[in-house]
Design a protein around this ligand. Structure first.
Ligand code: NAD
Length: 546
């Protein structure tokens, strides 16, 4: 029996229909006899390598990314080990299919391409019985729960219950990038309705066709969910994902000291961006304390990054008030300054004493930043005059255009390099191909959260941490930055190759669990060899005999 399963041993057709146990044509002769499989499979026994060849042939013959996505999701529902073997060995090719950008289209069309359910749905009709529903989940040793209410799916807005594609995709990355066992992962969608008119009118929409629940009833459902998870899966960490920005900040603030939880859009994004900044400083030869950051966008991503930069500056001995003065924000109404009366709670700590400025270019001229960070979701906003101003103000301007998907990017890699005459240190949210400018080839960085959250999650699991603190993301960022090699830097690469992702995640997990032990955030005894303890937990999608 599988140690993670709460199911009896299976045989025959039941076994072939269980994605966790199924090996398809790779069941051996002996297994076919012992498990009642003889005749239910074609007679030739395959190896996993042959099965991988077949899968790759099938994926590559699909002519659209959404068809590839549908095929891979179906494979995951049929044979998880094979799915992960394919994804892990071909991460550069598969990640954009099982996660952003294709997963976005998968969510938009979720009700139309729906085949089999995956994960757990809790609707507003389930208030009062959430605990019972959580018990329907077949696995008991759940360690990571990714939960969304579908209100802000990537940059695509309110997709209601269709948002389930995101927790499913993110958890696939936990397994592929950090080796967290698939049965320890639980995707959850809170179906609290949707205000998306198209979905409300679509007969194939899978969620309840009602408007969004707000106020006390919403909070009660979320609270029942948190307390239910803590009771049924006491070792689980809850990752908040793609909530609308008001709820995201509110829920994180409310639960971060009551449960083992974090918000990837706020904290994971901050981790990967700070790592990119540390690596960028290795190129520019400057210190974090000498920087001034100007953000375009003051939402979940922007404020999360600002807060983690402040954590980084404080770690270098700078007082908090001084550290906050290093971070400036422009939102849809202009520079965030003290005299503004329209600022929501999360922007106020960064409202500095400065005259109002309506325009981003003016803000660049007035604040004179060393780095600009685009997290506005507004494309083409790092214009030529903006990049030229940055290049005039700085020998090596840092320019991060993080808005996703590619069509929302504040500028392209090519524009950043050309307009700065090859001096920009550039990163983006979605990948750009290498750019050759005046004979030199630049490989820009992709600030992909998948560099951070799988390793943090693995560290939390391995140390049985009871809380997730900002310090976890700070050490994750520092660790990630040190894994960028001296060969990467001259090309402008500020993140390691995705091919090294499991090594990256293991290193981050080691750093995170070290902090958990040192800060007393766990009751577990510290293993003598932490890196070995972490490596031993990492799942490999090879078939087990028998
Ligand atoms: P959000 O809705 O919480 O925040 C968006 C912010 O942009 C708000 O402060 C809003 O006022 C501001 N804004 C809107 N229009 C503007 C304009 N014309 N000028 C200036 N500011 C404007 O969203 P979020 O979660 O912070 O995400 C923002 C963007 O960052 C998205 O495109 C998302 O894809 C991207 N993002 C990237 C990564 C990554 O690269 N790793 C991670 C998370 C988010």
């Amino acid at each position: 029996m599988c140690p993670h399963l709460h199911l009896p041993d299976k045989r025959g057709v039941d076994l072939l229909h269980d994605p966790v146990l199924n090996k398809g044509t790779a069941f051996t002769e002996a297994e076919r006899d012992a498990l009642g499989l003889r005749g239910l499979l074609p007679p030739r026994v395959s190896t996993q390598e042959t099965q991988v060849m077949r899968v790759l042939e099938n994926v590559r013959r699909k002519t659209t990314d959404i068809e590839k996505y549908i095929y891979l999701v179906s494979l995951q529902d049929r044979n998880e080990n094979l799915f992960y073997r394919v994804v892990m060995d071909n991460l550069d090719e598969m990640m954009p299919i099982i996660y952003t950008p294709t997963v976005g289209q998968g969510c938009q069309e979720f009700g139309h391409i729906f085949r089999r359910p995956r994960g757990l749905y809790l609707s507003f009709k389930d208030r009062g019985r959430v605990r019972k529903i959580l018990q329907n989940w077949p696995f008991r040793d759940v360690r990571i729960v990714v939960v969304t209410d579908g209100e802000r799916i990537l940059g695509l807005g309110d997709l209601g219950a269709n948002g389930m594609g995101i927790p499913v995709g993110k958890l696939s990355l936990y397994t592929a990038c950090a080796g967290i066992h698939p049965t320890q992962c639980l995707p959850v969608t809170l179906d609290v309705g949707t205000n998306n008119e198209t979905l409300l009118k679509d007969p194939l929409y899978i969620g309840l066709p009602e408007r969004r629940l707000r106020g006390a009833a919403y909070d009660e459902l979320v609270d029942e969910f948190f307390t239910g998870v803590q009771e049924i899966f006491p070792k689980a960490c809850i990752q908040l994902e793609d909530f609308g920005n008001t709820n995201a900040f509110r829920l994180l603030h409310h639960y971060r000291n009551r449960a083992c939880t974090f918000d990837d859009d706020i904290q994971g994004t901050a981790g990967v961006t700070l790592a990119g900044l540390y690596a960028a400083l290795r190129i520019t030869g400057n210190k974090l304390t000498d920087q001034k950051f100007l953000f375009l966008g003051a939402g979940e991503a922007g404020i999360g990054i600002g807060d983690l930069i402040v954590t980084g500056l404080r770690a270098e001995g700078m007082p908090e008030a001084e550290a906050k003065l290093k971070c400036w924000f422009v939102d849809s109404k202009g520079l965030v300054v003290q005299s503004r009366t329209d600022l929501v709670e999360h922007k106020r700590p960064y409202a500095h004493d400065h005259a109002p400025v309506a325009d981003f270019l003016q803000a660049v001229e007035s604040v004179a930043p060393t780095a600009i960070i685009g997290v506005s979701g507004m494309p083409r906003t790092f214009t030529r005059p903006v990049v030229e101003a940055m290049a005039r103000l700085n020998r090596r301007p840092i320019i991060f255009a993080l808005s996703n998907p590619t069509s929302k990017s504040e500028c392209t890699a090519e524009e950043a390099y050309m307009w700065s005459e090859g001096r920009a240190v550039f990163a983006s949210g979605s990948p750009f191909p290498p750019v050759t400018y005046k004979g030199k080839t630049f490989v820009s960085g992709q600030g992909n959260n998948a560099y951070i959250f799988p390793g943090v999650g693995l560290g939390v699991i391995a140390s049985e941490a009871t809380r997730v603190t900002d310090e976890f993301f700070f050490v994750a960022a520092k660790t990630l930055a040190t894994l960028v090699t001296e060969d990467d830097l001259p090309q402008g690469r500020i993140y390691p190759s995705l091919k090294r992702i499991r090594e990256v995640s293991a290193a981050i997990a080691t750093a995170v669990s070290d902090i958990a032990f040192r800060r007393g955030l766990t009751t577990m005894t510290r293993p003598a060899d932490l890196p070995a303890h972490i490596r031993a937990q990492m799942y490999e999608p090879t078939y087990k005999e028998g």
